[in-house]
Structure formats: structure tokens, C-alpha cells
Design a binder for this molecule. Structure first.
Ligand SMILES: [Zn+2]
Length: 172
């Protein structure tokens, strides 16, 4: 996957249509009109919702064309312009699991140079009963000792959950 699909096959200025200087994956600039665009990793907000007894709510990714289809993760998604990272984390839990969550604090920030996204993960609690959605084909409340480590969607999913469980155990 390209680091920046927005620049794929692009060679003209989007404002004045003159030939542009493209430095993939990072930037596009136009000497004719001065237009400049810089591309950066996109923030993805996520939360790990826990039930009152400490179980971890995970969903099986149900959108067939999305990466990690069929694997387990916690709710999360791109931060939209016009909302905070925290608001995005709460919104994604509402959209993917139909629950209201309360954020308890930052768990961690996860990124690699070869990734297009920066994942920001909060710990959260919920009193709600989740419901299946187009994005969640299965939902389970896992005991921290029973997280499905071999069926997680992304490296960052695994690292965040490892850190959460280590915190529980007083190891972090
Ligand atoms: Zn231009």
C-alpha cells in the first residue's frame, strides 16, 4: 500500500493546473501560483472499552474491504477535521459498538515510519450493551487473560492490549 494515495498519478497543480513539483509521499508545490500542500500521517483515535467488571470489549472487523477484516480489535477510526481526538474516540465507539463510553486516560501512541496513520489509544469504561454493526460482525467481552492474541488486526492493536494487560498486572 502506498504511503500517500492522494499523490498517486498526480502531476498538476489542483489550483491552477500548471505542472507541479511532486515530492511523494510528502508534498506538492506549484511554482506558477504558489500553491503548496504537505501530507502527514493521519491520526486515528481509538478506545479500549471495559465493562464494570474489567472485561475488554473487542469487535471482529466486519467491513470486507477494510484492512484487518475478520480479525479482532477495539473501536477506532480517523479523526475528522472539526473534532478533537477524544471526541473521535467516543464517536467511533458509538458508531461501531452502539455504546457510550467514558475516556479514563491515554494508554499510548503507536506509529511506525512505514505506516500512514498514528494510532492514539485511550482506556475507557462503559455501562452500555454493545450491538453488532456493519463494522462489527461479532463482539465479545474478553477477560484480560483471554485476549485472542493470534487473531488481532494490527501490530498496534496487539501492542496497546499488551500494555493494557501489563498495567492491570502492575507490570507497567
Ligand atoms: Zn498552481
Amino acid at each position: 500500500m502506498s504511503l500517500n494515495p492522494a499523490l498517486r498519478d498526480v502531476s498538476y497543480c489542483p489550483r491552477c493546473a500548471a505542472p507541479a513539483t511532486v515530492q511523494a509521499p510528502r508534498s506538492l508545490s506549484c511554482a506558477t501560483c504558489g500553491y503548496q500542500a504537505y501530507y502527514n500521517p493521519k491520526p486515528v483515535a481509538a478506545a479500549i472499552p471495559r465493562t464494570p467488571d474489567g472485561a475488554i470489549l473487542l469487535l471482529r472487523r466486519g467491513a470486507r474491504h477494510d484492512p484487518g477484516f475478520g480479525l479482532w480489535t477495539f473501536p477506532g477510526g480517523f479523526v475528522d477535521l472539526g473534532e478533537s481526538v477524544e471526541e473521535a474516540a467516543v464517536r467511533e465507539a458509538r458508531e461501531e459498538l452502539c455504546i457510550e463510553i467514558t475516556l479514563d486516560g491515554l494508554l499510548g501512541v503507536y506509529s511506525k515510519p512505514e505506516d500512514r496513520v498514528v494510532l492514539i489509544v485511550y482506556t475507557a469504561t462503559t455501562q452500555g450493551t454493545p450491538q453488532l454493526t456493519a463494522e462489527a460482525s461479532e463482539i465479545r467481552a474478553f477477560d484480560p487473560a483471554e485476549v485472542p492474541w493470534d487473531e488481532l488486526a494490527f501490530w498496534s492493536t496487539a501492542q496497546a492490549l499488551r500494555e493494557l494487560v501489563a498495567r492491570d498486572d502492575g507490570r507497567l
